[in-house]
Design a protein around this ligand. Sequence first.
Ligand code: HEC
Length: 405
Amino acid sequence: MSHAHETQKKPTGPAPLHGLLAEYESPWELVDAATKVRDAGFSRWDTYTPFPVHGIDKAMGIRMTILPWLVLGAGLTGLASAILLQWWTNAYDYPLLISGKPFWSIPANVPIMFELTVLFSVLTTLGGMLVLNGLPLPSHPLDLKERFARATDDRFFLLIEASDPKFDAKDTRALLDSTKPAVLDEVLEDRATPSEFPKALVYGMVILTAAAAVPFALAAKARFSKSRSPRVHLIQDMDSQPKYKAQRENPFFADMRAQREQVDGTVAVGELRDDDHLFRGKIGPEYARTFPPQIPLDEATVARGQQRFGIYCTPCHGFAGEGNGMVAQRAELLASTGAGKGMAWVPPSNINQAYLRQQPVGQLFDSITNGVRNMPAYGAQISTEDRWAIVMYLRALQTKSAAGH
Ligand code: HEC
């Protein structure tokens, strides 16, 4: 049909020939017939069987599909895109250091590489299978042949299409006749099925396509509009809770502070510290010269003290307590190069000095707890027991140094 208006109305007159359909009662008859048709050099023809017939593809001369090659190509493309994507995002465009791990190493990227390889391959397998088979095929002239329904039951069919370049009304019929089919039938082109798409389906698809664009339109709008109301928060988790956080405002109190100060003259449960000897290192007004009875005078305590001293004190005082820790060394280095000009530097005391050897343990404890002159307080960081353990270790250091080791 060359004119557009002619395609609009239904074609009239006898339908043209679509092909010749031969029907057989057994698979081997079909295989024989297929061999003959193949040898005759036909190209547009096919067979239809209720179950897979062994040898039919060979009889028909069907060559292997190129689908595996397509899938291989797609899989490699997927692999390459996974490598490229991860390398570009993680190692090139936005390198993010995570626990000192390398920006780019194969093992961490294997899951995505595997996933994309599979994804690309699967989509190509499905799409390639459909395209290579000419699917989807909404209607076919054979659909109108009632006999043909037995192709799914107990009959074997062979169809040669009239559009085959080798097709000849007389010769092809003779060829099929020679294969002794149970029935040899003409198949006419389909004139019953409307060639146009059903209108309702078209409208439905248009509406669905339009509707599918709405979420994108909303997202695009949200990018360029401002709002004072909080965003829609579907999954709350524990984001908003009816509680006040420290440092926040609370209109319930006159001073608007959510964090309350301790009420004068009260002690929180478990916070009573009325043991002066243990908590302040004092007996009466004097610094205690003995360790509190709660602190065991044993090797374990000294060992604990050594360990805590190593953590909290050595940076300044050094391992032997002589005041030459890394911080002190660095300060002296800066001073010697003139870099620390104008900065007051008080060197950490040598713990082994005579006056510190004679200091009551309570006073050493007090120095650690509250700091002393330029040395900061460690009472907030080190527990009471550990501070006493450190004092015990200081005594061990001093004794050792006094003995000349
Ligand atoms: C940040 C560096 C620094 C750290 C850490 C530090 N100190 Fe000191 N410490 C000093 C300095 C500086 C002085 C001398 C302060 C001064 O004379 O103004 C000092 C002085 C002292 C003194 C002498 C107090 C006195 O009566 O003269 C003692 C004892 C002492 N530190 C013990 C400790 C112990 C125990 C620790 C670990 C819990 C510790 N220090 C951690 C810097 C430090």
